[in-house]
Design a protein around this ligand. Sequence first.
Ligand code: NAD
Length: 417
Amino acid sequence: MSVRSDPYKVAVSQVQRAGEMLGLEQGMIDLMTRPKREFTVNFPVRMDDGSIRVFTGFRVQHNFARGPCKGGIRYHPAVSLDEVRALAMWMTWKCATVGLPYGGAKGGVICNPKEMSAGELERMTRRYASEIAPIIGPHVDIPAPDMYTDAQVMAWIMDTYSMNVGYSVPGVVTGKPISLGGSEGREEATSRGLAYCVREAMTVEGVQREGATAAVQGFGNVGWNAARLLKEELGMRITALSDSSGGIFDPAGLDPVDVYEHKRRTGSVQGYPEALDITNQELLEMECTVLVPAALENVLSSDNADRVKARIVAEGANGPTTPEADRVLYEKGITLIPDILCNAGGVTVSYFEWVQDLQFLFWSKAEIENRLDQIMTYSFARVYATAGAKEVDMRTAAYLLAVDEVVQATKMRGIYP
Ligand code: NAD
């Protein structure tokens, strides 16, 4: 089943399973799977040629039992309400897994940003921000970047919201430029959190650092920073890298910074001098210590899971492994660090950004890294220990902990009125 085509169904089935294992009544499971609020907006934008175009956007707030909602905004032609629902729900579990005082949300606009001018993007962003303004805010719901939205888009949203209320509100979005209250270390945060998880997994599983290798699929924000940090901070040899055009392999080790330069010059990682061109499929199945899927959903499925040779799979992407592949990898004894833990470094540093914005007091990069390390290390240990105690894979363990956390908060608050 494709998570992209049926994402909400997958998200619901994960919670249903955890809920049953926790012995929850069906009403509580329903409460955990149904988003609290779903907002659809249709709004006009004046295009550069003078025409009017109507766009459809969404903002889904899944749950705020544990605090305000948090989650990115995606600009993509394939955005759908079901996809946004699923992504909002995954944010709830991700925040609970690493103990952030948030519920999950997600937003999206159906559009093709690659075909829009900067002016059209700005007008669309500002109008979308105005449309969702009644339900967002620094104490209500704090958006952030996701696919095809960036620090510039966040700056427009912050400005639009601020103009409407009449004063500057930096804490309404995270992932902003540093000059507007953004945080140090936000750009590499997801990958840094992933590297901390890999470090912990190697320690508890007794995997030697010496001679360890990594293969990384995807060379965007998460993939490239993950490759760089695994090499620089854990001393790993990066034997394979890839992007949408294909991969490269060098058993002697690739230099991610140099490959980044090559990709900037040529548009692709392929054709990198002295490396062998390979396919994305070959990368996923190659001999390595750590495999990092950091591109798309569903790349590890029942089609290839039994050929994965990595010792550890660290999910940089959201949803790269299907439920069937999860079972195969677990039976093979591969340690899989699930997305809601492994890539939670991004939302964790977003949380730091929000805290800094609310206090108008900013932290150094060293302080950010230190706090991120503490949160990731503690969360990893908690999920790993639960997996061991319950004799389940780490994804199931993370869901058991996260769903229980949200259920406890819901029970303590009670059912209103
Ligand atoms: P990005 O757009 O910066 O990079 C995506 C990369 O994937 C690009 O290098 C692209 O070439 C590559 N890619 C696309 N199609 C591919 C294919 N068929 N095979 C191999 N590679 C392909 O995106 P990103 O921010 O790095 O996000 C990657 C994944 O990580 C997504 O699943 C995203 O939801 C997840 N994620 C990102 C963050 C974050 O902070 N950026 C946080 C949590 C999770």
